[in-house]
Design a protein around this ligand. Structure first.
Ligand SMILES: [Zn+2]
Length: 225
């Protein structure tokens, strides 16, 4: 545990041997293991039901700009996110509509709002905290749906084939930069509609000193974590 007053480390028991603490990894030797990074700012995926309540019945999202992933777009529409301890305005909605409304924020946003969302794969919302959304027409109290998005790589099937990866694999990713850092548990999602890129949130990008568009290296497939 960390002593809150002094920040000293007081181990209550000896740490496990290092080989038990680190994941078991099969190295990736493909020459095609470099992936560009996109930094995702806080955003909201929304269902028609909640859009109706926030922007008015039957409202349709309008496109601000296309995202890299085909079919995905940033909408002109934004919402105010209201937590128990803070408010964030102008949080952009991403389209197209989803079945369930999902609010993706950074850990830093969570401190500001006063919520502690877990790290989750997109769509896995059970047990996540709720939040209040406010739009120009009305407000919605979500009972769940706030997450820190798990670090993930979108990959098209040809890139997956030449790196030997399949949908659902977890990989180790090296950021070889100003502050070398290894992400140990990055989900690989393979779909023919994806272009290959890794998505991180702003806290992850800041921690690893990653710039949007820079490249990282997939160094291994996690066999056992
Ligand atoms: Zn993504």
């Amino acid at each position: 545990m960390i002593d809150g007053n002094y920040g000293y480390w007081h181990p209550q028991e000896p740490p496990p041997p290092i080989e038990e603490a680190l994941p078991l990894v099969e190295p990736i030797t493909s020459a095609y293991n470099e992936v560009p990074v996109r930094i995702s700012g806080r955003h909201i995926h929304i269902s028609q039901q909640e859009l109706d309540q926030l922007y008015g019945p039957g409202y349709k999202l309008t496109k601000y700009r296309n995202l890299d992933q085909p079919g995905q777009f940033a909408a002109n529409e934004t919402l105010t996110v209201v937590g128990p301890e803070g408010v964030i305005e102008d949080v952009r909605i991403l389209g197209p509509l989803r079945d369930k409304t999902q609010v993706e924020i950074s850990g830093t946003d969570g401190y500001h709002l006063g919520v502690e969302p877990p790290v989750r794969d997109s769509g896995d919302l059970s047990g996540t905290p709720g939040i209040v959304l406010v739009g120009p027409y009305g407000a919605v109290t979500l009972r769940k749906g706030v997450i820190l998005a798990a670090t993930h790589i979108h990959m098209n099937p040809s890139d997956a084939a030449r790196t030997g990866l399949t949908n659902g694999d977890r990989v180790q990713v090296l950021v070889d930069g100003e502050r070398d850092l290894i992400f140990n548990d990055v989900l690989v999602r393979v779909d023919k509609n994806f272009i290959t890129e890794m998505h991180v949130d702003t806290d992850e990008a800041n921690a690893a000193v990653i710039e949007d568009g820079s490249c990282v290296t997939i160094i291994g497939r996690v066999l056992l974590s």
